[in-house]
Structure formats: C-alpha cells, structure tokens
Design a protein around this ligand. Structure first.
Ligand code: ADP
Length: 436
C-alpha cells in the first residue's frame, strides 16, 4: 500500500497540479487494477475544504469550501452504511478522520493508507478484504444451497424413480404372465401419466389377445367338429354299404348318396376355410374390373332356379338395369351368392326371398327373407367366423358357418358399407352399398 501511495503522490506532483483530468483517469486505472477505492480530499488549510473525489464514483462529489461542519455531517451520513473514511488535517497539519470509523485508527491503518501531499490527502481503501469476506460468506451459503439442492434432487429422483419404476416392474411381471398365455388379470394402471397410459394400452392388448385366443380355440373346436361329423357319417355309411346294403340296390344308393352329400359338405367346408384364410391373410390380390352388377345378379339368381323347381322357393326380384361398378367381380359374386344362400336357408315357411338392386347415389343391393330374423344379441356377432345364433334350431343346409365372415372380408376389402336390418319374427334384410 505504501509503495502504491508513493506512486500516486508522485503522479499528483507530476500531473494534478497541471492536469486534473489526467490525474483522475490515472487514479481510476490504479483503482481498477489494484481493486481499491481511492478518495482524494483537497484541503486549502484552516478547515477550508474544497472538494472530494472518489474513484468508485468517478466524480468530484461535493464542494465543502469553508464548511467543516457540513463536510463532517456529510461524511458521517455516508459512512453509516459504508466503510469509507475521509481524511483532513487539523491546524497543526496532523491527520484528522471523519466519518463512521474515525476513532478506529487501527482499522484505518489495516484497511487503508493515507498520504498527505501539499494540501491534498489521498485515502486508499482496500476493497479486496470486505469483498473477500463477502465471497467467503457467499461461498458458504452457496455450499449450503448446493448441499440442500443435492439432497432435494436425490430425494426427488428416488421418489420419481420409485413412482415410475414400481409400476413398470409390475407391468413387466404381468407381461411375462401374459406371454405364458394367462389372460386372467388386469395390467396395473397406476403411477405417472405415461405408465397409466401404458397400462391402459396393455389392457386393451390383453383384451384383444384374450378375444383372439378364445376365437382361435372356438375356431379349432368348430372346424374339428364340422370335419368330424361328416367324416363319422361317411365312415358309418361306408361300413353299412360294405357289411349290409351292398346287395340291396335301393339302400346302397341311398347310403352312397349320403356319403356323396357329406363329401360335398366336407369339400365346401375346406373350400370356405381356404377362401377365408386367403382373404384374411391378403394373399388373394384384388382384380378390379368395370362390369355390370345388374347382369351379375341376374346370373346368380339363375343358379338358384333349381330351388324354385325342386323345393318351391320363390325369388321376388327387382333389379335396376345397367348398374355398372368397379370391383373384383368374382369376389362380389361369392358375397351375393352367400347372402342369397343364407336367405334360402333361413327364410320362413313361405320360402320367399326378395332380391333388390337399386341405384341412387350408389348401387344398393338388398337380400331379404321372411324367416325368424336375428335377435339384437346376435346381430353384431353373425359376421364372426363360426358364429351361429343361439335361437336357430335349424341346421344350415348349405352353410359352413363361414359364409358371412367371407362376405364381410370381401365388403371390407372393397370398402363397401354393409349391414343387416332384422327384427325377431320379421325376417332379415342383408344389404351392401357401393358408393359412387
Ligand atoms: P352358416 O349360415 O353356415 O351358419 P354364416 O356365416 O353364413 O354361416 O351365418 C352365420 C350365422 O348368421 C348363421 O348361423 C345364422 O345364425 C345367422 N344368419 C345368417 N343369415 C341369416 C338370415 N338370413 N336369417 C337369419 N339368420 C341368419
């Protein structure tokens, strides 16, 4: 400090007397590089205070000419809050201190350095120390804050990971149970939003898997049942022909006809299974052509003519002419054929079947019968494979239990709208519409 003080004193002798501005800028530089505040106090003697300069403010802050009282009061006020010391001389040219710490000479010496040159006093205030003290305090506070944040963060992350990982662990255990083919549980839907969502999606998946697995089991049992029945009949009648009726022409023919009928039933069943599995797996490509739906429907109705002659069926038709559509002709044919076959199977005693084709904003095909209809409980299920309504006692003559599933696959592949209107006792109206 004393070396610095001497430097400042020399600069003052060289500069300030001639150029105050240059001297002040020199003081500013020193104050910045040494991290101190320098106060300059001019005393013209006999308590004749001219003004005060501070490098921290960079200005001459007051003019106290001839007013020691005002200077004293001013410095006291400032030093109440700041460790600032102003220096003047008394009549004997000794140093005098004004301000908050005037009595504490030791403090002055340890924190600052006073130089007197002519009538100018410099006070060099070391700002490092208070700053360093503050810094240490700040360090400690920051350390405490860091420590608290660390603890908080740890607690929070433990809490969050517990809330997230627990349901995830549970879900993963349940997924293993699901993988083993057990669907009799519900995935956990607790925890955070994402795990709740995951639980919900997995529950939906579980429901679908349970349904598929149930359908698969039903399908296998239905197929085996439907295969076994004709096979048993074929074997029994074949044995009867071999052991009993081979010599009796009439009986043998009857028995052989049953064998042929059952073989046809088997062939139909196997064909339907193949058609459906091909449609479902998407193996069969769509062969879209532009053709007359009116002509196609008339051709199909013709194929059922045999039922009119043989079994007194009555087909009441209303077919709009020249309705042409873009579709896979063969598949649409299969669908219409299946719907008419069903209508024949399930129509009432009058054996009437109504077949309509009308054209408005699209081609609408309707196939109605006069049978017992389909109950509300069954209506959504009849499109499922092998579904048979519970209140139908009559065994389908032509059907395999797959007809409507095939129809559904065909309509959906084309994007046709379709459905069935039915009331108990009032017959069913199966329809599909090709929008154009
Ligand atoms: P299938 O007729 O060989 O049993 P389908 O898939 O064609 O198989 O039909 C599924 C079920 O829908 C039928 O078993 C029957 O219960 C019901 N169903 C279909 N068509 C009709 C209809 N026209 N009237 C009443 N019930 C019908």
């Amino acid at each position: 400090m004393s070396v610095l003080g001497d430097k400042i004193k020399n600069q003052y002798i060289n500069l300030a007397s001639s150029d105050n501005e240059k001297f002040y800028s020199y003081l500013s530089k020193i104050s910045e590089s040494e991290a101190i505040t320098i106060y300059v106090y001019y005393d013209e003697g006999d308590n004749n205070f001219v003004n005060l300069y501070s490098t921290s403010l960079g200005i001459e802050i007051a003019d106290f000419t001839n007013s020691l009282d005002r200077f004293s009061e001013y410095t006291s006020r400032i030093t109440e809050n700041n460790p600032v010391i102003f220096i003047s001389s008394n009549e004997n040219n000794d140093l005098m201190y004004y301000g908050g710490y005037l009595d504490t000479r030791d403090f002055v010496i340890s924190n600052g350095y006073v130089i007197k040159e002519c009538n100018v006093y410099f006070f060099l205030e070391d700002v490092i120390q208070p700053f360093a003290t503050d810094f240490t305090l700040t360090n400690i506070m920051m350390g405490i804050a860091l420590f608290i944040s660390f603890i908080l963060a740890t607690v929070m992350s433990l809490f969050i990971s517990y809330r997230i990982s627990r349901p995830l662990q549970k879900i993963s255990q349940q997924a293993k149970i699901l993988a083993s083919g057990n669907y009799d549980f519900i995935f956990d839907e607790t925890g955070y939003l994402e795990t709740v969502e995951l639980g919900k999606s997995l529950n939906e998946m579980r429901n679908e898997l349970a349904k598929t697995s149930k359908l698969q089991r039903q399908l296998i049992s239905n197929i085996s049942h439907d295969l076994r029945t004709p096979l048993t009949l074929i074997r029994s009648y074949a044995e009867m022909v071999r052991d009993l009726s081979y010599a009796n022409d009439e009986k043998r023919t009857t028995h052989l006809n049953i064998i042929i009928d059952e073989t046809d039933r088997l062939t139909n069943l196997v064909n339907d299974i193949l058609t459906l599995s091909k449609l479902e797996s998407g193996i069969t490509k769509m062969d879209i052509t532009y053709f007359s739906l009116s002509d196609l429907m008339l051709q199909i109705i013709n194929r059922f003519e045999i039922l009119t002659q043989r079994d007194s069926y009555e087909f009441i038709t209303s077919i709009d002419k020249d309705v042409t559509i873009n579709a896979d002709r063969k598949k649409v044919e299969v669908a219409i054929y299946n719907l008419i076959a069903n209508a024949c199977n399930y129509t009432g005693e009058d054996k009437k079947v109504y077949i309509n084709l009308s054209y408005d904003d699209g081609a609408l095909v309707e196939i109605k019968d006069t049978g017992i209809g389909i109950s509300i409980e069954d209506i959504d299920n009849i499109w499922n494979r092998y579904y048979r309504s519970s209140d139908l006692h009559k065994r389908a003559q032509i059907g395999t239990g797959l007809g409507l599933s095939i129809v559904k696959e065909i309509f959906e592949a084309h994007g046709f709208s379709y459905g069935v209107k039915s009331n108990d006792e009032h017959g069913s109206n199966f329809w599909f519409k090709i929008n154009m």
